[in-house]
Design a protein around this ligand. Sequence first.
Ligand SMILES: Cc1cc2nc3c(=O)[nH]c(=O)nc-3n(C[C@H](O)[C@H](O)[C@H](O)COP(=O)(O)O)c2cc1C
Length: 202
Amino acid sequence: MEISPESRSSQDIYKILIGTVLPRPIAWVSTVDLSGNLNLAPFSFFTVASVNPPILCFSPLLKENSIEKDTLANINQTGEFVVNIVSYGLAQAMNRTSGPYPSKVNEFDVAGVTPRQSAFVKPPCVADSLVNFECKLQQIIPLGSEPMAGNLILGKVCNIHLHPDIVRNGEVESESLDAIGRLGGNMYSTIRDCFEMERPAI
Ligand SMILES: Cc1cc2nc3c(=O)[nH]c(=O)nc-3n(C[C@H](O)[C@H](O)[C@H](O)COP(=O)(O)O)c2cc1C
């Protein structure tokens, strides 16, 4: 079966993309607006873009009316955000923050999670997350102006918080982080069924 994206609706293409590009890690992104209102929302179009310098990227899509989501609007205004990692135990709380709440609504309260002051940026960390990346905006690349167009946000990591529970002998222990991933539809995965493979030594 071959599919020309132009022949299908954005909704169809969305379903194909999220059902095949998986599992996707989840950036649980905290931001503030210029008045200091807190915002928290999950984004699975998320990955590492660079190590030196350390850059994370994620992509909020435009809404049905082509309007920016609060996270994008806030980062446009302030140039700062925190990426919090979602462990299995935080799945329900994370999901609650994905509703289309008005911009003044504080999703920390909606989710019942605790904000903790960041060291270098205004948006707070999610204290309940075992990993927090404080980021300063590097660049936003708008990828279109129609509904569901992505906006690739690149942020330079300026501070990393690792909870002692996930560090053993100075190394991060991924199993203890127990991060979840997003699949197609409303499905999620864990990292509890892993396998190891050595890379070729040439
Ligand atoms: C696990 C998960 C991953 C999501 N990933 C994305 C994403 O990558 N891009 C996006 O635009 N929306 C994504 N969403 C939807 C947003 O979280 C949702 O639109 C949210 O209301 C945006 O909040 P904001 O307006 O406060 O920024 C995701 C939702 C969930 C539950």
